[in-house]
Design a protein around this ligand. Structure first.
Ligand SMILES: C[S@@+](CC[C@H](N)C(=O)[O-])C[C@H]1O[C@@H](n2cnc3c(N)ncnc32)[C@H](O)[C@@H]1O
Length: 157
């Protein structure tokens, strides 16, 4: 994230922010304008008192949320793309939330990446000209476990 969105004052949206672990990491990196979106009020209620996020939005990313088009200069999502949570059908809504040229940084379980055929969804969006893939890299998903992870970095066209 810090590599692709070096401006720490950029308005960043944490997708599927949950209890705020990603927001906390961004704050530690020096980001000053972090908002979060999640459809679980329970998770948002845990994140809210931490004081990390400027705004916490309740919204289902499988639908068009209340967030204004192009409201953000970067989107980040870690740990929220998984069966029963976010799926590739959420990509168009995430893309809608950021300005053209903005980075979208997604880190997910690498097993799901292949089992649920993310590559074909990613390619289709690239071929239709809505985003450009900057890189897709393999990383271990969790420091405590040996588990494949995939980092997807795209730029909104
Ligand atoms: C495994 S948690 C990860 C939370 C956080 N990113 C983290 O790393 O701690 C997945 C989060 O995605 C949220 N989520 C799942 N499906 C969603 C959807 N369709 N729209 C918005 N949030 C969703 C869940 O409520 C949950 O907070």
């Amino acid at each position: 994230m810090a590599e692709f969105a070096p401006d720490k004052a950029a308005a960043v949206i944490d997708i599927g922010c949950g209890t705020g672990l990603v927001g906390q990491a961004l704050k530690t990196l020096g980001y000053s304008h972090i908002d979060g979106i999640d459809f679980s009020e329970e998770m948002l209620n845990v994140a809210r008192p931490k004081g990390i996020y400027r705004k916490l939005v309740s919204g289902d990313l499988t639908t068009t949320t209340v967030v204004e088009t192009g409201a953000y200069q970067a989107a980040v999502c870690a740990g929220s793309f998984a069966p029963g949570h976010l799926g590739p059908e959420c990509y168009p809504e995430i893309i809608r939330l950021v300005q053209p040229g903005s980075p979208i940084v997604i880190f997910m379980n690498g097993a799901h990446f292949f089992e649920d055929d993310y590559p074909s969804h990613i390619d289709r969006l690239e071929q239709s000209g809505v985003w450009r893939i900057i890189e897709i890299k393999a990383f271990n998903y969790m420091s405590a476990l040996e588990r494949p992870g995939r980092l997807i970095v795209a730029g909104k066209c």
